[in-house]
Design a binder for this molecule. Structure first.
Ligand code: GLV
Length: 325
């Protein structure tokens, strides 16, 4: 009988990393987005010790029941809203993620969306291609310099966005559950309602949880200036999308830049696709060669470290690790 750990791989592994994992583990391949419980034969399930997966794998009570020997599930993502962390912790399953290595890439998309909205860059491209330019000048747009950027959430990504915004001479304010000493000199702490009311650009950098689901809704959008833009590069369901569409249609806010939506992939029939004051991206915040490589390196390191009883770099529920020690 093989001494190797059996691990589920439901994430795109580069060849060298696959070899590295295969040298120590027996890989059970599950196509991204497919349920491991349905894909892995019943006889193998009790032998699975680890998993590396994307956020398209639901690590819920049913999955934990199907894999009773699972010791570690390593998310190829910083977000872990695909995981029932409380259930995993009860079952002593260590959950790992990839913080830190994608902050710059997500911040870049945030700034890109802000510039697209304020300077109307996407429409500008269509204006040139269509020949409309030969008939007249493109309408004037809006400066971001001197404007107020409000950050809802001041974690690692929020801080990189705040630093980048300083290069655009923006005033940066933020709201977080608590004031962040690391934000000192970068951004000023304000109350939550004040944040929505005073921001020219409001950018969301909070995780999705039961408390944050739809936490940006009709009330919050109603506090915003009609000239303000909303940017979401965090998780779609943090925003009540129906309320956002209504606000955009009514001109209650000037526009939105969305890298994430309530339903992904976004169906082209979504009203968001018809609104001219919206710039959309396909959840690509971390989607660069360099960043995705750093993420999968970390996700695999977390998996192998946990299986080899070395402390992983990034744990969502470190209490599980501590209890084992
Ligand atoms: C991407 O959305 C991530 O959570 O890493």
């Amino acid at each position: 009988m093989s001494q190797k750990h059996k691990v589920i791989v439901s994430a795109p592994l580069p060849a060298d990393l696959r070899e590295k994992v295969a040298a120590r583990c027996e890989i059970i391949e599950v196509p991204v987005g497919q349920s491991p419980a349905e894909s892995v034969p019943a006889a193998l399930r009790p032998q699975v010790a680890g998993m590396v997966c994307t956020m398209r794998t639901l690590v819920d009570q049913a999955l934990l029941d199907a894999f009773p020997a699972l010791a570690v599930s390593s998310n190829f993502a910083v977000g872990f809203d695909n995981v029932d962390v409380a259930a995993a912790t009860r079952r002593k399953v260590l959950i790992c993620n990839t913080p830190g290595v994608l902050d710059g890439a997500v911040a870049d998309v945030t700034i890109g969306l802000m510039l697209c909205l304020a300077r109307n860059l996407v429409a500008g491209d269509a204006f040139v291609r269509s020949g409309a330019w030969t008939k007249g000048a493109f309408p004037l747009t809006t400066d971001i310099r001197g404007k107020t950027l409000g950050l809802l959430g001041m974690g690692r990504i929020g801080r990189v966005v705040a630093r980048a915004a300083q290069a655009f001479d923006m005033k940066v304010v933020y709201h977080n559950r608590r004031q962040d000493p690391a934000a000192q000199g970068l951004a000023t702490y304000v109350g939550r309602d004040e944040l929505f009311a005073m921001s020219d650009v409001l950018s969301i950098h909070i995780p999705l949880s039961a408390e944050t689901r739809h936490s940006v809704g009709k009330r919050e959008l109603g506090l915003m200036k009609p000239t303000a833009y909303l940017i979401n590069t965090a998780r779609g369901p943090v925003v009540d999308e129906a309320a956002l569409i209504e606000a955009l249609r009514a001109g209650a806010i000037a526009g939105a830049g969305l890298d994430v939506m309530e339903q992904e992939p976004l169906p082209p029939s979504s009203p968001l696709c018809e609104l001219p004051n919206v710039v959309l991206q396909a959840h690509v915040g971390s989607a660069t060669h360099e960043t995705r490589r750093a993420m999968i390196d970390l996700a695999v390191a977390n998996l192998l470290d946990a299986l080899d009883k070395r402390k992983p770099q990034a744990m969502v529920n470190p209490e599980v690790w501590e209890a084992r020690a």
